[in-house]
Design a protein around this ligand. Structure first.
Ligand code: PNS
Length: 165
């Protein structure tokens, strides 16, 4: 039987403890999890793809069936390239559901062979977002409950060096 691959796409700018929880839970459910980091020409990110990839990899040491790749353009094209049929997304609450529902339907329209699978965020992590973590750190707050250590350090460093998004 073909290996069950789940593709977990996102900006991961930077990866949060919420993302990591989804990655680790998915790694128990699928043979392989491909974290697909959006490398967009149009969407500006604070961190480069290489920085985001490094933060994710440093945060998932010990989880062997996860790899990090970049993608650009349509997600379904990346799915075809990877020969993967499952898109994985986390849902934190009803607002996420609204936008994820639309995204999943569009992806289904573009490629009916692809399924989107949702995992509900752990309740204690459901308030976390990359943008909120960036705001907390930029104003000098402690974002340790929101971010894995490599992302927290990189974010502190970025704001210390006055990097602008
Ligand atoms: O972490 P994010 O920013 O919520 O991730 C959004 C992402 C990368 C999943 C989304 O922007 C995406 O899928 N982009 C690829 C473009 C695409 O395939 N669009 C069609 C479906 S809306």
């Amino acid at each position: 039987m073909a290996a069950k691959i789940a593709v977990y796409p996102g900006s991961f700018d930077p990866v949060t403890k919420g993302h990591l929880d989804i990655i680790k839970r998915a790694a128990n459910l699928f043979d392989e999890v491909v974290v697909a980091v959006l490398k967009s020409e149009t969407k500006t990110s604070l961190f480069s793809f290489e920085e985001r990839k490094e933060m994710i990899e440093k945060s998932i040491t010990g989880v062997n069936n996860v790899r990090v790749e970049s993608f650009d353009g349509l997600l379904v094209a990346f799915m075809a390239k990877e020969n993967a049929k499952v898109i994985l997304r986390g849902i934190r609450g009803t607002e996420d559901f609204q936008s994820e529902w639309e995204r999943a339907q569009i992806n289904k329209m573009l490629d009916p062979t692809v399924e989107t699978v949702f995992l509900l965020s752990a309740p204690e992590l459901s308030y976390i977002s990359s943008s909120a973590a960036k705001q907390v750190v930029s104003f000098g707050g402690d974002a340790a409950p929101m971010l894995p250590a490599p992302a927290l350090e990189a974010l502190k460093d970025a704001y210390l060096n006055k990097r602008k998004q």
